[in-house]
Design a protein around this ligand. Structure first.
Ligand code: SF4
Length: 198
């Protein structure tokens, strides 16, 4: 069921709207005027894949970690493999089988495997976005769930690599155009120009 509003529906990382759902228990709220302009132009659909996957708030920080490189895949991080984790068929496979085949995991900084929660939460967030008819998403940059284009490298040392979070990959694969929060003006320009119907 898509929204009744004439405004385009845009999925937004809930922490960008001020919801205290980050791993620290805080938020990453955009400036108030940016949120006001987004609300004016769009029907905002808040999503938080990590909470939707059943993880608590606060929670230990997690990163996509190259736990067991696949044969011939040594050194490959980020884009290809994290999107493999975001493949809906992969996510719906038997968990043991799926994890056996995976070359990456999502691990907390304490080494706990939270891959299944990240996958489940990404699927739930995507379902919400699809239900609302979202064709665009504004997602928190660098996150192992929401980051698009660059994420932390899995060493918990602040190093960024090319790649995307599981939810962001899943949204992009579903044809939803993903913007990071640093591109909010670009998203608003798209909407102002009526380019949401492209
Ligand atoms: S970045 Fe995404 S998963 Fe993390 S707190 Fe924000 S909405 Fe939730």
């Amino acid at each position: 069921m898509s929204t009744d509003s004439a405004k385009p529906a845009v999925a937004v990382s809930a922490c960008l709207l001020g919801e205290e759902c980050t791993w620290r228990g805080g938020h990453n709220a955009l400036p108030a005027d940016a949120i006001a302009r987004l609300r004016e132009a769009c029907e905002l659909v808040p999503i938080c894949p990590e909470v939707q996957g059943g993880l608590p708030t606060p929670r230990p920080p997690s990163e996509i970690v190259n736990a067991r490189p696949a044969s011939g895949d040594e050194g490959v991080r980020g884009t290809v493999s994290s999107c493999a984790l975001a493949n809906e068929d992969f996510c719906s496979a038997d968990e043991g089988e799926a994890l056996e085949d995976a070359c990456l995991r999502v691990l907390t900084n304490e080494g706990k495997d939270v891959t299944a929660q990240f996958q489940a939460g990404a699927l739930a967030a995507l379902a919400d976005a699809r239900t609302a008819g979202c064709r665009f998403a504004l997602l928190k940059e660098k996150s192992p769930s929401c980051g698009f284009g660059r994420i932390y490298d899995g060493t918990f040392s602040g190093v960024l690599v090319e790649g995307s979070g599981i939810a962001a990959c899943m949204f992009a694969d579903a044809g939803i155009r993903v913007f990071g929060e640093s591109r909010v003006e670009e998203l608003l320009a798209f909407i102002r120009q009526g380019r949401v119907r492209e």
